[in-house]
Ligand binder design. Structure first.
Ligand code: KE4
Length: 428
């Protein structure tokens, strides 16, 4: 397979940027080899700089539920750009996107746009501390909420990929206020709230965990968390940066019928442009400056191109049939599992809607400790066999695959065939 240009570009990139990348998980370190440089995307396909084509299951790590270069999104960005790229003023584009999101997610009464999920998480934690007058935060091992100092503790995504529980450079002060517990372990939350409830401002989690690979909440887990938060006057923050508009036209909260106090959004609501957002109960969000005295600001927050891209995505998603997509994928996930089963490969396929992970494990993982037992070497070999067959999975066992509305039945058939070819090779 010709990856010459990617290798040349990576050699140059490594001289210019740390690890040659602008985000660690792109560096392919956990799967070995050099990262593939992509040149363009169309629908479900990616094209690299050497002319190879791939069926893409990364989707820019979640934003591209409508696939690459979705015409309505591209046209919205072009039209907005023709009017100017940024004004540093109010624009109607922000109002439009805010209205679409607030109509789709009832728990969000007011919303603030920022430029990344990390920025949204930082700001939500700040306003939660201001609202409760408390400092401590509960998070969960393997959940990832961006590279915010306070939450880079036993985090997932790139930290899990590199097996680093935290990060250097984090002050002991900022980590001191963070308690990280096992996901899906209600008794641990009960014990912690019993002991320290009066100090805990918020519990933050991914309602469906996607940064340790895909791990689903167990029955009533989210409901029990919500009840415990109410009992201890601790705020419940759903980080829906991935799940927002991924599993339905709204948040995972709409599916599980839970109303968190605050919600974090990103990825899909920006259609591939840099956007994050936090929002929730009116009395909490009204603490945010300039209405209140919790300061948060951003030069490019609410950028018109990103706002118009987001509105184009949500306007298109309003008419998409999420259930049909999910139902059409049940056979796909079954066939993937069946291939591994037929070749006696110990692989568990966790899936929900258009999200899935192939864990090289023999038991369905419920939390980060169990996920960490996955055979990352086998995953790495599997990843490269798929690349050779024109299939692009995440370059990490601890990330989630995403299917778009643009992936065709033919794409799925080709993927199954490629997985079977790869597994057959692995058996030799
Ligand atoms: P950003 O700051 O990267 O926009 O968002 C941080 C974030 C917050 N919350 C959740 C649930 C997230 O998944 C993320 C970022 N996701 C990772 C991929 N799993 C970003 C990929 C990367 O770091 O390059």
């Amino acid at each position: 397979m010709n990856l010459i240009k990617s290798q040349q570009y990576f050699t140059k990139a490594q001289k210019l940027m740390p690890g040659g990348v602008n985000s660690p998980v792109r560096a392919f370190k956990s799967v070995g080899g050099n990262p593939i440089f992509m040149h363009s995307g169309k629908g479900s396909k990616l094209h690299d700089v050497d002319g190879n084509e791939y069926i893409d299951y990364v989707g820019s790590w979640g934003p591209l539920i409508l696939g690459h270069s979705y015409p309505a999104v591209v046209n919205a960005i072009k039209a907005a750009a023709d009017e100017g790229t940024s004004f540093g003023t109010c624009t109607y584009a922000e109002v439009k996107l805010a209205q679409l999101i607030i109509t789709a997610i009832p728990s969000i009464k007011k919303i603030r746009f920022v430029n990344s999920g990390t920025e949204a998480v930082m700001s939500a934690i700040r306003v939660a501390r201001a609202y409760t007058g408390r400092e401590k935060i509960i998070k969960f091992d393997g959940c990832y909420h961006g590279h915010y100092d306070n939450l880079l503790v036993k985090a997932g995504s790139g930290l899990a990929t590199y097996g680093i529980p935290s990060s250097r450079g984090i002050s002991s002060e900022s980590a001191r206020n963070t308690i990280s517990l096992q996901y899906n372990d209600i008794p641990a939350v009960e014990r912690t709230l019993e002991k320290q409830g009066k100090e805990i401002a918020a519990i933050i989690l991914e309602p469906v965990a996607a940064n340790m690979g895909l791990v689903l909440p167990e029955k009533d887990y989210l409901l029990k968390l919500s009840k415990l938060c109410k009992m201890h006057k601790t705020l419940l923050i759903f980080d829906e940066v991935i799940t927002g508009f991924r599993l339905c036209y709204g948040g995972a909260q709409n599916i599980y019928s839970i109303e968190p106090d605050l919600t974090i959004l990103g990825k899909i609501i920006g259609g591939g442009l840099p956007v994050g957002a936090y929002g929730g109960r009116r009395e909490i969000m009204e603490l945010v400056a300039p209405e209140g005295d919790v300061y948060q600001a951003g030069t490019l927050s609410g950028n018109p191109l990103a706002m118009e891209a987001g509105s184009a995505v949500l306007s298109a998603l309003k008419h998409k049939n999420y259930k049909e997509l999910s139902d059409s994928l049940d056979d796909f996930y079954f066939e993937i599992s069946d291939v591994f089963h037929r070749y006696k490969q110990k692989v568990i396929v966790n899936h929900i809607g258009s999200m899935f992970t192939c864990f090289f494990l023999d038991k369905r993982p419920r939390n980060f400790d169990e996920v960490k037992k996955a055979d990352t070497e086998k995953y790495a070999s599997f990843f490269w066999k798929l690349v050779e067959h024109g299939i692009y999975f995440p370059p990490s066992q601890f990330e989630t695959c995403f299917v778009s509305f643009l992936h065709s039945k033919r794409d799925r058939t080709q993927t199954i065939q490629s997985i079977e070819s790869g597994v057959k090779l692995a058996k030799k």
